[in-house]
Design a protein. Structure first.
Lengths: 346, 346
DNA sequence: AAGATATGCGTTAACGTTAACGCATATCAT
DNA sequence: ATGATATGCGTTAACGTTAACGCATATCTT
């Protein structure tokens, strides 16, 4: 691989001139520029990123704003692990991050987190803007013109650098397809179990599901304020098998339904499709109580959030505006490899 | 992030001494070693890989031995693309590769490729050892003690550095599960379509499938020497729908069956499950003619093959001996994101 | 006791890139 | 004509790490 020195020698100029031409920093004649550019092309010269980083020694401090890792059945642990892995890899490239957590059902905790975050200025931001309106209030003030990556949830017209996420409607379609397949006998109904607190993803997952499901369905909303979730589950338990042949859970809590099915010994009779490969869901999927788990690679979402900011801020790469993760279908027969690769990357 | 200079200053020694202690190159006293190691730990010093690479400027020339990219319905294009992407990323890290291709159904072409490869000595090797016995003949001579990555197919007891691949039996189990689900009416039979030329993967995929499938099944072998494949397909076409409710294709050629189904207008009546997201399969999957495609991330297999050798040879990382890829389930509802990410990587 | 070897350590060029700096000419304004 | 600015280019320190080299002492040979 040719170096800048090779180019300079072949062009009969100094590396300074070549550098100025490459970065268009002025102070060169069009004549030499043309000559140098031709040689760059001929030698297939590409700048050595390692040397570039070393020389620039750019910093990138990142503030990360996400829910507490243990919320949603420890779902947030997964992107968190992805971010930590990326930060580990990039530690010597001067990428570092501070984490700020909030309770996704409590707006006050979001404001607190935002205030704490505002105390210091960061070079870039990663956020899961689960409470969009409250986010937007502080958006201009805190995030300013710094690069911002949203993951999990997007905010339109927010001048964010990148959104990393999922196509929730497709995920709903897919769940419907699987439920349809699982229920050969379509006389009974399917129950949609979803958190009482609405959000875009859940709405889209339900919408997509309804568009494709061939069975009649009911919907039940689980209280998220810890009030009487227990009674709601008890209610579901009563109606399992007698009324419902299938259950579709729109968030990561399908293990709750799985445990009800287990209690009733209804294993193979009730079809169960849910989301997210959190620990509690893994066991039930291995045993076939949960028939299918859909995931959108949360580990990779976290990993990519950090890595993208590195590319933007340190390397100066132009990056795409959106990155949709594939929807993986996980079931007893293929879960092992997904679980193995859950913690590590590359 | 602390540098070696920081460590040296804090320990009151020179960076040379610190370096010798870190790499255990002798010429230091146990006393200073202890002090320096403590400081390294306290400061959480980690060596800057970029600077390390720059300084070492190690080379890694790789020889890659794989079938022609257009074999198996262009399947081999996929890992090939993964390798090219990795090589692109690592070009300035002094990683380069030469490619040697062979016809997977013609042993002579393998010997030719091996001979060409032997003309030059490489720092490392990547191979898809699809014809294991012939591979082993040349193994000792050519590969010697250099690091070797096998992907797609493994050879036991071969002192390879790493195997990147798939669990074919699980892939068979999974296919059986999907076929079972697709065929509510289990009165008819399922047809297993497989190439006449045996190999480990195909055998395992069939074995796994048979272990789990609940329907009666027949097997038909497609000639691979281009002799009378056309007649064999014609035979299948005659029996579609009248005799078979489902078809399981063990390699990447399910588009062949899909086109037969299309010709007969049997879309939704015949269940079709196959492997590999090659171009011809994509269109039929989008249209729902192919119900499910299973893949084992061939792009990533190629990408990781090169990247692993880089880690081993250039970075000196200790790497694992085996890497099994997840088996992805792809269907009309989730294919779009998989196709998008097919060509590019991070 | 004189030379040989071993031990412990510091210094430095090199890897490839960047960007500040300096030095000539050339062109401008007044 | 004289100073001011612009143009075109070369030189160089710095980024962090590595490994060769050199220089003292110390310990061993015979």
């Amino acid at each position: 691989m040719a170096t800048i020195k090779d180019v300079a020698e072949k062009a009969g100029v100094s590396i300074g001139t070549v550098d100025r031409i490459i970065h268009n920093r002025g102070r060169f004649s069009q004549k030499t520029a043309k000559k140098v550019k031709k040689i760059i092309h001929d030698l297939d010269y590409r700048t050595n990123i390692q040397a570039r980083n070393l020389s620039l020694s750019k910093q990138c401090s990142i503030a990360v704003l996400i829910p507490h890792p243990d919320q949603d059945s420890n779902y947030w642990q997964l992107p968190y692990n992805g971010m930590r892995t990326a930060l580990e890899e990039l530690a010597t490239s001067h990428v570092s991050a501070d984490f700020f957590h909030f309770d996704r059902h409590d707006k006050d905790t979001l404001f607190q987190a935002l205030n704490m975050m505002a105390e210091k200025e960061y070079d870039a931001y990663v956020a899961a803007p689960l409470i969009p309106d409250e986010f937007l209030e502080s958006y201009e003030d805190i995030f300013q013109s710094k690069p911002v990556v949203f993951f999990d949830t997007d905010i339109e017209n927010s001048h964010r650098l990148l959104y990393i996420g999922q196509d929730s409607r497709e995920a709903g379609h897919l769940a419907a397809k699987l439920i349809n397949l699982l229920c050969h006998n379509k006389k009974m109904r399917v129950l949609i179990v979803t958190p009482a607190t609405e959000n875009d993803h859940l709405t889209s997952r339900i919408l997509g599901f309804r568009e494709r499901v061939t069975m009649e369905h009911d919907i039940i909303r689980i209280p998220t304020d810890n009030s009487n979730a227990v009674e709601t589950y008890a209610e579901i338990k009563d109606q399992l098998k007698s009324k419902y042949q299938a259950v579709y859970v729109t968030d990561s809590s399908s293990h709750q339904i799985a445990s009800l099915i287990k209690e009733r010994n209804l294993n193979s009779d009730v079809a169960l499709v849910g989301y997210d490969l959190v620990e509690k869901n893994i066991e039930y999927t291995k045993r076939g109580v949960i028939d299918f788990i859909l995931t959108q690679r949360p580990f990779e979402q976290g990993y990519l959030s950090i890595k993208s900011l590195y590319q933007k801020v340190i390397l100066g790469t132009v990056i795409q505006k959106e990155h949709f993760m594939p929807i993986d279908i996980i079931t007893a027969e293929n879960i092992s490899c997904y679980v193995e690769s859950l913690s590590g990357k590359t």
